[in-house]
Design a protein around this ligand. Structure first.
Ligand code: FMN
Length: 190
């Protein structure tokens, strides 16, 4: 089983990266493979809402903007599950996460069955990495839940959420272990 671990913080030595490392260790302990994607190292433009609001995203399942988005989107189809980690900014996902996932949900929004690709119906773990207060962790996780519901066509029966984890600077000494355990269990199952 191969897991894509997506991090989305500008901080290379912060909590988000520590969460990514914990997820990586969990995948390794489960004898899985991992693919790390650090969105802040990529060029991801903001959605243009092309034409009247929909561009090629709806008809062709791909974005017409030229940057690193398409390669990551394609790579998502080659893995078996996802760990998505964002710092909590203003009770929401980071700007780099929003830029990427705004475009991804559009490219995955067609209801044409022939357009359904390999991203849907795969397990995912959402991690919101907050500051000391942890205020806004729940709204961030709630927005992540909404995102994955959209990616799975709002189909609650198909949704394959594996875990939603909130971690703060205060509880990281034990929550990093929880992220490791969650990623490992996603590989090994029950
Ligand atoms: C612009 C901005 C907004 C933030 N908003 C929140 C917030 O709403 N709630 C919170 O608990 N922490 C908030 N924080 C703190 C970060 O979530 C926290 O420092 C986190 O560890 C950042 O991830 P990093 O360590 O990967 O940089 C904010 C930080 C920044 C820079």
């Amino acid at each position: 089983m191969k897991i894509m671990i997506i991090t989305s913080s500008p901080n290379k030595e912060g909590l988000t990266e520590s969460c990514g490392e914990a997820a990586k260790e969990g995948v390794k302990e489960g004898n899985g493979e991992f693919l790390m994607v650090r969105l802040n190292d990529k060029t991801i433009l903001n959605c243009n809402a092309c034409d009247q609001g929909w561009g090629t995203c709806l008809q062709e399942n791909q974005c017409q903007l030229e940057d690193d988005f398409d390669d990551i989107h394609k790579a998502m189809g080659t893995v078996d599950g996802y760990v998505v980690i964002t710092p909590v900014y203003w009770g929401d996902m980071s700007e780099s996460a929003k830029a990427f996932f705004d475009r991804l949900r559009r490219c995955e929004s067609s209801f044409d069955p022939s357009n359904i690709n390999d991203i849907q119906n795969k397990p995912f773990i959402c991690v919101a990495a907050a500051g000391g207060s942890g205020n806004g962790t729940l709204s961030c996780l709630s927005n992540m839940e909404r995102l994955f519901l959209h990616l799975n066509k709002m189909n609650y029966k198909n949704i394959t959420n594996f875990d939603y984890i909130g971690i703060t600077q205060r509880n990281k000494s034990y929550m990093l272990d929880a992220i490791l355990a969650s990623a490992k269990k996603m590989i090994l199952g029950d």
